[in-house]
Each structure stands twice: as C-alpha cells, then as structure tokens.
Design a binder for this molecule. Structure first.
Ligand SMILES: NC(=O)N[C@@H](O)C(=O)O
Ligand code: NI
Length: 163
C-alpha cells in the first residue's frame, strides 16, 4: 500500500487545488461604521448545470482515526464545495490532480484551527474527514438537476499517516 504523509495546510501549498478559507493574509476592510471587519471573497462558490444554485448546509461529521486507509475520491462536476468547521479542531483534507479523467496521486493536508477549504467544481477530493471527535461544518455547495457526484475507487488503496 502506498503511503501518503500529511502536510500542513497553507494557502500556497493548496493553491493548485482550491482556496483556503482563513482570515490570515486575506483582504479585509471595516464595515458597519467600523464595528465589523469584512474578510472579503475568501473563495468563490460555483453552481453550474441545469437548475444549478448555491446552497448552505450543516454537516455533522463522524470522526476518523489515523493512520487512515484511503480507498476512493470523488468530484462534483457542476459545482464547488466549501467546508468550514464550526469548532476549532483540525480536520483532514484529501485532494488529487486530474490526469486524463482519473485522479493522480493524492495529497493530504491537515488544517489548523480556523481554516476551511473550498473545492472548485471537478476537483478530486476525499469525503469530509474530521479527526478524533465529532465535528460540525458549514458546507456551501450546489443543488440542482443532473448528477453532481463522480466517484473514483483506487485499484490499490493508500495509507494516510502523520510524518
Ligand atoms: N456527499 C456529500 O454531500 N459530501 C461529499 O461531497 C463530501 O465531499 O463530503
Ligand atoms: Ni464532496
């Protein structure tokens, strides 16, 4: 089984895949008479295809443990999918480049408290992966007609480990 070592999530490292939703390093400006700071356009929500529209959800995630066996990734051709944790705990982010319609070698990131991610449409990703304790997430993605889920099951699973 091939090993995937977890990397810390940074905006720069994640840039080839999607956006990191965090205030550090983000553009911001005061609103509401200076009583609120707006961290603006941290990511872009996409909703394409027939009847596509953006929706806001809450996911209550059951935790996983490391080392973790990764058997599949998925992608959503008609829309983006953003996950922002509602508790200050890290979670696992699995993504993979597309290589001719199949995922290449995945990369695995561990978030810091206060970080979320946005997967653009068609990005191969692992399903929501809280670690250690149940965790709730605000999830912004796409509803509408058509099949917005494509799964890929690896011929050989990977093992995800901490370095
Ligand atoms: N199926 C669903 O709503 N969630 C997955 O897409 C996921 O990425 O967790
Ligand atoms: Ni998904």
């Amino acid at each position: 089984m091939s090993i995937l070592l977890v990397e810390p999530l940074t905006r720069e490292a994640f840039a080839p895949f999607g956006e990191v939703i965090e205030t550090d390093g983000a553009a911001h400006y005061p609103i509401n008479g200076g009583r609120c700071e707006r961290y603006h356009a941290l990511a872009r929500a996409e909703a394409k295809g027939p009847g596509g529209h953006v929706i806001i959800n809450i996911f209550k995630g059951t935790p996983y443990a490391l080392p973790l066996t990764l058997t599949m990734v998925e992608r959503h051709p008609f829309g983006s999918q953003a996950f922002f944790p509602l508790s200050p705990r890290p979670f696992l982010v699995v993504v993979a480049p597309d290589e001719g319609g199949r995922p290449g070698t995945p990369r695995v990131f561990l978030t810091s408290p206060g970080q979320g991610v946005n997967y653009p449409a068609n990005l191969w990703h692992g399903v929501l992966t809280p670690l250690g304790e149940p965790q709730d997430f605000l999830v912004i993605d796409r509803a509408g007609d058509g099949n917005n889920l494509e799964e890929f099951h690896f011929p050989e699973p990977y093992e995800i480990r901490l370095p």
